[in-house]
Design a protein around this ligand. Sequence first.
Ligand SMILES: *Cc1c(COP(=O)(O)O)cnc(C)c1O
Length: 447
Amino acid sequence: MSELAKLDLKYIWHPCSQMHDYESLPPIVIKRAKGVFLYDEYDKRYIDIISSWWCNLLGHSNERINEAIKVQLDRLEHVIFANFTHESAINLSSRLVEILPKGLVKLNFSDNGSSAVESALKMAFQYHYQTGKPNKTRFMCLEEGYHGETIGALSVGTMDLYAKIYKPMLMDVIRIKSPDCYRCEFGLTRQSCSCECFCHAKEEFEKHGHETAAIIIEPLVQGAAGMRIYPALYLKKLREICDAYDVLLIADEIATGFGRTGKMFAFDHAGVSPDIMTLSKGLTGGYMPMSITATTQKIYDAFYAPYSEGKAFMHSHTYSGNPLGCAAALAVLDIIENDDVLTRANKTAKFLNETLSKVLLGHKNVGEIRQIGLINAIELVEDKSLKQAFKASRRVGYEIYKKALKNGLLLRPLGDVIYFNPPLNITQEECEKAMALCEKSIREILG
Ligand SMILES: *Cc1c(COP(=O)(O)O)cnc(C)c1O
C-alpha cells in the first residue's frame, strides 16, 4: 500500500463503503484525469466508465468547463443568495427554463442531490397546507427507489441496503410495487408491455390518494436498484392519476437529467411534465456540488404573500446558487448545444449496445443487457433460464469490480448488475476498449 493510501486510511471514512474491504482493496489515489481516463499515483490508467458516480457528463478536465470556472473564479467565488444574486445564476436559470419540460419555471438552488429532494418534499407538503388541504401529508414512492441519503430522502427511498437500519427515524411512506421489466410478473416482454403493473399504483392511489401530498419517482431508470429501466408509458399513466387525486408528481432526474437517457430529460420521453423536478449530478458536468429543485408557477404562487402571512419557503443552504457551480453548468449547456452532444451520444449509444450485446449476451451468466441512452446495464445471474440471482454472499459484482480495476476499468457494480454510464462524449474507440476490459474481467471471474 502506498504512503498516501496509508494516510488516507488513517483519517478518512469513505462513502458507501465497508471500510474493512479496504484491507484487501486499498483506496486508489488518483493524481489526474482527462476525458474518460483516470490516472493513479503510479500513472496506471483506468477508464471511468461510470462517470465517477454518474456525474461526470462531458469528460474529466474538460477544457471549456475548466475555463468557465477560472473566469468565474476571478470575478466572484460565492455570495449569499438571499436577497443577493449574480449574473451566472440568472443566465443559467433562464437557459434551463427554456429546456426543462413545459411548466417548470421556478428554480430553487441547493448544493447536492439529497438536499434538492428534501426541498421538493417540503415544498410539496407546504403547497397543500397553504392551499387548504392540510390532510395531504404523506408521500408515495416506488419500491427499489433511491433518492439520496438524508433522512427525508431516505424515507422515500426504499432500498433496504441503505434505509433498513434507520427505519425508526424515517417517515411512514406509501410504497408502490415498481415495474420490473426483466422479471415481469405478468410474463410480458419489454416490447409487448402496456404497463399492466400500473395496477399496483392504482390500488395505492385509491386507498391513500386523499392523504398524499406527492409521489416521488426516478423516471425511466431506477438507478441504484441496478439501472432498472421501465417504459415512458408508466410516466404518462402516473401523470393522469396524480391529476385525478391532486397528488403532486416529483420527478427525481438527478441521475437521468442532461442527456443520460438519450433525451435532455427522462420526462421528455413521456411528453408530459412533472410538478417538481430535482436536478444535480450532470448539472455542473460533475465539477461542483450543485442541485436545483424546479417547479411550476402554480406551486410558487401558493407561497407568495405578505411576509406576515407566514407562507414563505424558509428552506436554505449556505452554498445555494454558488457562482462556480453556475458557471460550470452554463458551460455544460453551451457544449451540449454547440457540439450537438445528444445526437452524437445517441449514435455512440447504439454502437455500444449492439457491440456489448454481441460480445456478452451469449454468456451463460448474462441474464439481460438493458439500455437507454448510453446507460447499459448487465444483470448477472446464476441461472439464466430461471433468472435466478447469485447468492449475495458470493459478491459476484464486487469480485468483477476488483478484477476490472486490476485490468484498468472502473466498473463499480450495483449488486450483481454491472453497468456502463459513461460521459456523453465518449468515443466509439474508448467504448471498445472498455467493453474488451469488461468482458475480460467477467470471464476471469465467471468463466
Ligand atoms: C445520486 C442521487 C441522489 C442523491 O444525490 P446526492 O448528491 O448524492 O445527495 C438522489 N436521487 C437520485 C436519483 C440519485 O441518483
